[in-house]
Design a protein around this ligand. Sequence first.
Ligand SMILES: NC(=O)C1=CN([C@@H]2O[C@H](COP(=O)(O)OP(=O)(O)OC[C@H]3O[C@@H](n4cnc5c(N)ncnc54)[C@H](O)[C@@H]3O)[C@@H](O)[C@H]2O)[C@@H](O)CC1
Ligand SMILES: [K+]
Length: 477
Amino acid sequence: MRTAHRVETVRAAEAELMAKLPEGTPMQRAAAGLAAACCALLGRGRVYGARIVVLAGSGDNGGDALYAGARLARRGAGVQAVLLGSRAHEGGLAALRRAGGRVTDDPFEVLATADLVLDGITGIGGRGGLRPDAVPVARAARGSNAFVVAVDLPSGVDVDTGEVTGEALRADATVTFGTYKPGLLIDPAREYAGAVRLVDIGLDDHLPSVPDVEALQHEDVARMLPVPTASSDKYRRGVVGVVAGSARYPGAAVLAVAGALRGGAGAVRYVGPAGEAVIGRFPETLVHDGPPSKAGRVQAWVVGPGLGDGPGVADVLASDVPVLVDADGLRDLDAAVVRARTAPTVLTPHAGEAAALLGVSRDEVEAGRLRAVRELAARFGATVLLKGSTTLVASPEGGVAVRANPTGTHWLATAGSGDVLSGLAGSLLAAGLHPADAASSAAYLHGLAARRASPGAPVSAQDVAATLPAAWRDVVS
Ligand SMILES: NC(=O)C1=CN([C@@H]2O[C@H](COP(=O)(O)OP(=O)(O)OC[C@H]3O[C@@H](n4cnc5c(N)ncnc54)[C@H](O)[C@@H]3O)[C@@H](O)[C@H]2O)[C@@H](O)CC1
Ligand SMILES: [K+]
C-alpha cells in the first residue's frame, strides 16, 4: 500500500521527529536520499562532469535541493544554483558553495545545457501555482533536454488535493520524503510527478496509522480477491444479481454481465428486458424478467447501467444484501433511502452524476474530487467510487483513508467501460468483499485490464472485460 498524508499531518510528524534529533538531521536525510536517487538516475559513471541545475526557492524545499546539489558537486558534478524568491536557505547555499557549486544569474543559459534539474522551488509550503518570477525559469527547465527531478513534489501543484490551478513544473521523477502526499497519488498532480520514489527520513513512527489517502498495490489486491476452496460451490461463492439494460440500451446489460462474470461470484443472475441479448452472448447467465425481489436469492445487486427509466432500483434498495448503484440508478437517488438500508450500499458516479447528487456543478466536482467523494460518502452513508482519471473510493465511516486508484488510463474513458466496472465490483461484493475493497480492487483490475488489453492505444469495453482474467492473474501471481 502506498500511503499519503496531508501537509498538516506531515508537519506535526516532522515536529516530533525534529524534537528528538540533532538540528538539521531530517533535512540531511532528505538531501542524502535525493542525491542518491539523482546518482541512480544519471547512471553509473555519469555523475562526474554532469551538468546539474538546482532551482531553489526560499524555503526548506530549496534547502533540500541545495544540500543535495552540494553532495553531487562533491562527486564531481558541475552544479549551478538558480535562486528564486526573496532569500535562499543559508546552510544549503553555504554547503553548495563549499563543495564548489555556483550561483548563476543567467538561469536560461545554464538550463540550455543541463543534464539534470532539481526542482526545489516549493514543497509542502507552496500555495497556488508558481509565482510569476518562477514561471519562465520552470518553462525553460521543462523545455530543455534535462531530466527534471522534483524535490518532495512538483512545484506548483496542490499537495493535499492533487489539483493544479496555476502553473506547475512537470517532472520526470519525484523524490518524496517520509510519506507520499495526496497530490502524488491523485491526478492531475500525479501526472506532474512522473515516477515517484519515497525516501525514508524516520517519519513513520510519528505518522498516524490511518493515512489520508492510500493507493493499492498488486499485493494488497491479491490479498482481497476471493479464492475458491475445495468446499466452494456456485452458491457459496456468491450470486450477483444484475438489474441493467433496456430496450434502448441492451448492450449495457451485456457489458455489466461481462464484468460480473469475471469478478469471482459463482453465478450471475440477470434481471431485466435484455435477457435475450445477455443469453446470446453469455449462456451461463441465469435470466429473469423481474421484478428483482422475485428473481431468487443473490448475495449482492448491481442496479443501473443502461436502465433508462426502467424499474428495479427501489426493489433492490429494499433488499437486505449489498447493493451497487450505477448510472441511471443514481438519478434522483434519495439519500434518506440509502442511509436507511441495513446492508452496505456502493455508489459509482462519474463527475456529472456526482454533481447532480450533490446539487453542484460538474466543474465544482472536477475541481475538488477528493472533497466531493468524501462529501457524497458522508451524505449517503455509502461507499462511493468516483470515476475519473484517478478513480477515488471513499467510505462512509469517518477515519478511513480515501483510496486513489493507481492503474487508470485515459483510454478507459470509453462507452460501456463503466458498465463492466459496476458488474465486476458487484461480483466482488457478492463474493463477500468489504464494500471499499470490492470497489477499489475492481477499479484496480479494470484499469490494469485496460492497459493490458491495449497498451497505449484505444480500448473497447468488451476488450477490458475479456482481459480481466489476465489482469487478475497478473495481480495474484
Ligand atoms: N520540516 C522538515 O522536517 C523537513 C522538511 N523538508 C523539506 O521542507 C519542505 C517544506 O519547507 P517549507 O515549509 O520551508 O516550505 P517550502 O520550501 O515548500 O516553500 C515555502 C517557501 O516558498 C514560497 N512560496 C510559497 N508558495 C509559492 C509559490 N506558489 N511560488 C513560489 N514560491 C512560493 C514561500 O514564500 C516560502 O518562502 C518540504 O517540502 C521538504 O522538501 C525536508 O527537508 C525533510 C525534513
Ligand atoms: K519541489
